[in-house]
Design a protein around this ligand. Structure first.
Ligand SMILES: [Zn+2]
Length: 224
């Protein structure tokens, strides 16, 4: 006959079982749910509307302010050059791969800085380094969004560029900026496991916007 399990033992086994579940949950957290095939440095999220993001954080980045886009804007409308304006810039994730796939939705490049000259990006060399607008446009800021974190759009009639995971803004929502103007600082806000800039370029086509490869707009080239 099976041994009788008393109420005390029942409570004990119940607690042990709950403890096990909790421990398993913590282990999964430590792994950060990130795709370990990618360097932990590039795990990021991008700007975009993402259903079902964590409650309590702004789910999606705000839509750019259309009304003032393009008209009478100073300087270059077409984005060009490296938004970090730094010769020691390193691309830590390419366009259309990993978390940047499919490119139509998530297309971007991840950029960071090589502070110690070993050819690899490093957090020490990247934290809070300046980020510049690559073209003229109107600013839309979204603080604390998910997965993009602190996010900026710079938009005009023809082009829109996105800057994600910033540690802070250097501009206000609705402000007009010129190509080369300081707009923010490299951070790791939102879904990111290391300080880097997730940089997107979109081109207006008809009524919609098409995601394009920032490398075709000189994202790794010296800015004008
Ligand atoms: Zn990215």
């Amino acid at each position: 006959m099976a041994p009788r399990i008393g109420p005390a033992q029942l409570v004990f086994y119940g607690l042990a079982f709950l403890g096990l579940i909790f421990a398993l949950g913590e282990v999964r957290q430590q792994l950060g749910g990130s795709d370990t095939s990618l360097s932990s440095y590039v795990r990021s999220g991008v700007a975009g509307n993402l259903e079902g993001a964590s409650p309590g954080l702004t789910d999606a980045v705000a839509e750019p302010v259309e009304s003032m886009a393009g008209r009478g804007l100073p300087g270059a409308l077409r984005p060009y050059g490296n938004p970090l304006r730094a010769p020691n810039t390193v691309m830590t994730q390419d366009y259309g791969v990993g978390t940047h796939a499919p490119a139509e939705i998530w297309g971007a490049v991840d950029l960071a800085l090589d502070g110690d000259g070993d050819g690899l990006a490093d957090p020490e060399g990247s934290w809070d380094q300046p980020v510049y607008a690559t073209h003229s446009g109107v600013v839309t800021t979204t603080p604390n969004s998910y997965p993009a974190g602190n996010h900026i759009w710079v938009s005009n009639d023809e082009y829109r560029t996105g800057y994600a995971h910033l540690s802070g803004f250097a501009v206000r929502n609705g402000q007009t900026v010129r190509q080369g103007e300081l707009i923010g600082y490299i951070g790791s806000t939102g879904m990111s496991s290391g300080p880097h800039l997730d940089y997107q370029v979109w081109v207006k086509q008809g009524d919609g916007w098409v995601n394009v490869n920032p490398l075709e707009f000189g994202a790794l080239e010296p800015a004008p």
